[in-house]
Design a protein around this ligand. Structure first.
Ligand code: ATP
Length: 250
């Protein structure tokens, strides 16, 4: 709390040593109507998740795992933008530690090309109305167990900075995230996107997009106004919405 300078983000919350998944707990609490910005944080998760039901390794003490409950008054199609807002805030919080970070669109943070954090946004919607959204974040801090191997190379903050205060890192993320969320609500998404794009990984490089059983290759040229990824393959331009696709450097 002494580090926290937000108006509502993380002002209320609960803390767990070990939990199933902070996103699952946050969804239960959202249904109960806890205040906006409510934070569920944990030292470890037994069933931490990434996208597409993939698992997120979350052993106790190895990282920071938390979820934030929001009630954005937005149509569900706009919600992937929240992932971009959180990605930017996460990048800013890590840069605040003096480390350069890049965002692997849409939801992962990289340091020196390795994954240090991930974001999972989930929501509940009825017809065209969003009831709540849960933005979950997992940050690797220090490797305690034997190193697991993932689909993508992983790294830990302590491999890049000597001292990491979990509390300060969380407070700094919450500060940036609140700032981005307020801007977003004021219709300033274009400004957010510009900041996000500055940190976009693989920009101008040859990449591969894996979408189910399909694969597309091309040069990553940037982002569209709505945050979609633009890939240029010869004379063909393809756009990918922040759905269930995986991005790889070629
Ligand atoms: P990918 O990382 O393969 O491009 P993605 O962005 O969809 O795909 P996420 O859903 O964000 O990945 O994260 C889940 C994946 O991240 C898992 O399949 C696993 O390979 C990897 N992973 C799991 N736990 C960690 C962790 N603690 N640190 C880094 N990577 C992890």
């Amino acid at each position: 709390k002494p580090f926290l300078k937000t108006r509502f983000m993380g002002r209320t919350g609960e803390y767990h040593n070990l939990i199933g998944s902070t996103n699952d707990r946050a969804k239960e609490l959202a249904v109960m109507g806890v205040p906006e910005g409510f934070l569920v944080s944990a030292n470890g998760q037994t069933t931490g998740r990434g996208r597409l039901g993939r698992s997120w390794a979350s052993p106790v003490g190895q990282g920071l795992y938390f979820s934030i409950i929001l009630y954005p008054n937005l149509p569900p199609v706009e919600l992937p933008k929240l992932t971009l807002l959180a990605g930017l805030a996460l990048g800013q919080a890590v840069e605040n530690l003096g480390v350069e970070a890049k965002i692997k669109w849409p939801n992962d943070l990289l340091i020196k090309g390795k994954k240090v954090a991930g974001i999972l946004t989930e929501m509940s919607a009825e017809a065209e109305r969003t009831i709540f959204a849960v933005v979950g974040v997992g940050i690797n801090i220090e490797p305690l167990n034997e190193r697991e191997s993932f689909s993508y190379p992983a790294t830990f903050l302590k491999e890049h900075v000597a001292i990491v205060s979990r509390l300060k890192l969380l407070a700094s993320f919450l500060g940036y995230f609140e700032e981005q969320y307020e801007l977003f609500k004021k219709g300033e998404f274009a400004r957010i996107l510009k900041e996000y794009e500055k940190r976009l990984a693989f920009r101008g490089e040859e990449v591969k997009i894996i979408s189910g059983s399909h694969e597309y290759s091309g040069r990553l040229s940037g982002l569209a106004d709505d945050g979609a990824l633009i890939i240029q393959d010869g004379f063909t331009t393809r756009r990918f919405a922040a759905g269930e696709i995986s991005l790889r450097r070629k």
